[in-house]
Design a protein around this ligand. Sequence first.
Ligand code: NAI
Ligand code: MG
Length: 491
Amino acid sequence: MKKYEMWVNNAWMKPASGEWMESMDPYTGETWAMIPRGNAVDADAAVLAAHKAFTTGEWPKLNATQRGALLRKLGDLIAKNAKHLAETEVYDNGKLISEMQGQLNYVSQWYYYFGGLADKIEGSVIPIDKPNMLTYTKHEPLGVVSCIIPWNSPLMLVAWKLAPALAAGNTVVLKPSEYTSASLLEMAPLFAEAGFPPGVINVVTGFGAEVGMPLVEHPKVAKVAFTGSDATGQKIYQAAATGIKRVSLELGGKSPNIVFDDANIDNAVNGAVAGIFAAAGQACIAGSRLLVQRKIHDQFVERLVAMGKSVKMGNPQLHDTQLGPVANKPQYDKVLSYFDVGKADGATLAFGGTRSDRPGTDKGLFVEPTIFTGVNNDMRIAREEVFGPIASVIPFDDEDEALSIGNDTNYGLAAGVWTQSMRRMKYMSDNLKAGMVWVNTYRAVSFMSPFGGFKRSGVGRENGQEAIREYMQTKAVWISTGDEPYPFVLR
Ligand code: NAI
Ligand code: MG
C-alpha cells in the first residue's frame, strides 16, 4: 500500500505528528493509501516555505512571461500524466473513470489559459486632474495563498485556484480533502519537474480542523481560496476576517433545473440526469431541484424512472459504468439519511430511496438514484444541499412561479432552463439569481467562463479573465515632476 508524504520546498516531508490517515476506496470499501496527518506545525512549515519563496530567491525575480512559461510546462506534464492521475482520483473518490479521465485531459487548459493571461494583466494610466503628475496603476500579487480543496473533483478544483494564483505571482499552499489527497501528492513532483522554485507550490494534508484552519489563521497567509460546504466556508470567512485576509469561497448550492413544456424532452431528460445523477450528485452545481411544468410532469418523471432502472452501476474504473459509489462514508451516511428526511417531509418516492443491492455494488458505498416527487420548496430536501443522487421534483405552472420557486433558496450557484422560446430564455436568465445560467444544457464549465455563486453560494469568481484579479491587488503610483505646494491641505 502506498504511504505518502507531504510536499514542501520541492521535497517530501513527513508529518510532524508521525501519524498517517487511511484513505478508503469507496468501490471496494478498503483502505488503499496512507495519507500524512498534518497539523499546525506542518502548516507553519509550508507557509514559511511559501513566504520565503514569495519574498526571496528566483520566483519574485521572474517576469510574468516567464511565470507563464512555467505554467504551460506544468500543463504539459499534467497532460502527459493524465491517465495515471485520473485513475488515482477514481480510487480515492469513486467517481467514474470516464468523467475523471475527461477532467484530467481538460485540466491542462487551465494552466495554458492562465499561463497565457499572466503577462496580459495591464494597469492603466490615469488622466489625472493635477498638473505635472504621472499616475498609473499596476496589479501585484498578494503573497501566500492557502487553497483548500474538497473531494469531488480534486485536481480540477486545484487547477481553478493554483493556475490563476501562480499566474498572478503568488506562492501557494494547497490542502486537499482528507478523503482524496493522493492525486495531488502524485502530482506534486511535477511542480519541481516543471521548474517551479522550491516553496512556490506546497502541499499539506490532513483534517480540516487540524491543518486546514492553521492555513487560514497563519499571519503570513494573505488569501484563502476555498471550495466546500457553506458551514466550513463560514468558519473560514470568520477566521479570515480576524486577519483581514482576502477570501474567495465556492460553497455549493441547491440549483433549480427548470423544464418547460415546450422543451426538447430528450435533451431535457439528459440535462436533468446530468444535473443530479452524474457524479452521483456530488457536484456543487447539481441541479437538485428539478422544476417541471405541470403539463409534462408525469411523462417526464416516467422517463427519469426508466433511466434510474436502466443506469449501469458498478466499478467506477470501467468506462461503461454510469453511476459509481458515493465518495466517502460520512457522505454515504448523509445521503442515506436524506431518504428518510424526504419521506418524513411527505414527498413521494418515485424511485430509489435505498442503498443499492445491484450486482457489483455489494462492497461499495452505492445508493440508488432517487427521485422524490410532490416536493414542496419548503421541504428540507428542497432547501439543503444533499450532495448525492437525489432529485427533488417540484411541479410549476408558469414562468413566474418557476422563478419564484427557483429563487426561493439561500443559495445561488447555478440554474438550468429548458425551453425552445427565445423570449423565455432571455426572461428566465435575466431573472434567475444565480452565478451560472445554462439554457438547454447543464453542467458545462470552461477555464474561460466565470464560475461562482450569488448569495450563500459564495464570494468571488473562478475561471475566466476576472479570476486572476482575485489573486492580485491594485497599486496606484503617483510620480510628481513639479514642485510641492503649500503642505497643510490635501494635495
Ligand atoms: P468541507 O467543506 O468540510 O471540506 C472541504 C475542505 O475543507 C476539506 O479539505 C476539509 O478538510 C477542509 N476543512 C474542513 N473544515 C475546515 C476548517 N475548520 N478549516 C479549514 N479547512 C477545513 O466538506 P466535507 O465535510 O468534505 O463535505 C460535507 C458537505 O459539504 C457535503 O455533503 C456537501 O454538501 C458539501 N460539499 C460541497 C462541495 C462543493 O463543491 N461546493 C464539495 C464538497 C462538499
Ligand atoms: Mg478516499
